[in-house]
Design a protein around this ligand. Sequence first.
Ligand SMILES: Cc1ncc(COP(=O)(O)O)c(C=O)c1O
Length: 336
Amino acid sequence: MWPNAAEASRKYTEACMLGSLASLPFIPFASAPTPVEEMTRLRAALGGGPRLLVKRDDAIGFAFGGNKVRKIRFVAADALAQGADTLITSGGVQSNHARVTAAAAAKLGLHCVLVVNGAPPDPPGANALLDRLLGAEMRYVSAREDRAPAMDAAAAALRRVGRHPYVIPIGASTPLGAAAFVHALTELIEQIDPPDVIVHATSSGGTQAGLIAGCALAGVGTRVLGVSADEPAADLERTIRGILSGVAPLLGFEPGRFDGAAVEVDDSFVGRGYGISTTESRAAIELCARTEALFLDPTYTAKAMAGLSAHIRRGTFKPDETVLFWHTGGQVGLFA
Ligand SMILES: Cc1ncc(COP(=O)(O)O)c(C=O)c1O
């Protein structure tokens, strides 16, 4: 348990953080907090090791949930504050972020343009089906690097006819999107003592930047280990540091506030690339379903769990440590 002084300091830090976060507009698309659960059967199946917990952002009750709902609560509120009538974003054909953006737009009565790379799926399934049901206008481009120019062109065309588009960069991994995970970290430490390690899937970096900033501001020594779904570790670490330098002023701190924070990305579970399953990720999906009735997605959380399982089997974590798997959702992708 926390000694009283540390507890008081923790509460003070949280209050300050929440104070600055509270000044950011926020749309409560689904009620918080998400559950934290023990994974005793998974722990036993992995041969023991640290205490294993899971933070169930897969269970967020809006548009099939996931980490992108946390981000869109802040980002869509900013769009409304700026008078937007259209949300524009991009991703792959099966993007969770695109689905959640389309859902937010539908709920708020806004138009949504999704620029996705890949061929139009016929018939559409999983996230692509939900995008269509949500009424998003789909624009297909052939390559990832075509997405940003296509979003800018769509926004310019709308502005020319008097509309007010709001462009959300890939994954909503802006400082504002990351702030949602500072908020999420404060939610977690109101639920449980800070874990020794948080393991989660990382890709565009906003989730990890927010968790790192949250831990630094709360003064907790929790290690945040992101398991990459695609990007090389060095590139992603650079991206995360860039987001962190924007999160600091957004929350009222000097830009270098998080310069000393550790940014840990493990890119050794990507396999042959983004969205391509590995033997370990397929095994992780089955193991979590059969031990915890927990559904992982093939692109992000299965690779993160493959990483977590491998680290546990190798004995990377001490038996007296608590490791929390932050389930970032995406399970719609199981039906792609
Ligand atoms: C299910 C899921 N988990 C994790 C991530 C990675 O989050 P971030 O882009 O904030 O790094 C994503 C991003 O697309 C996702 O959809």
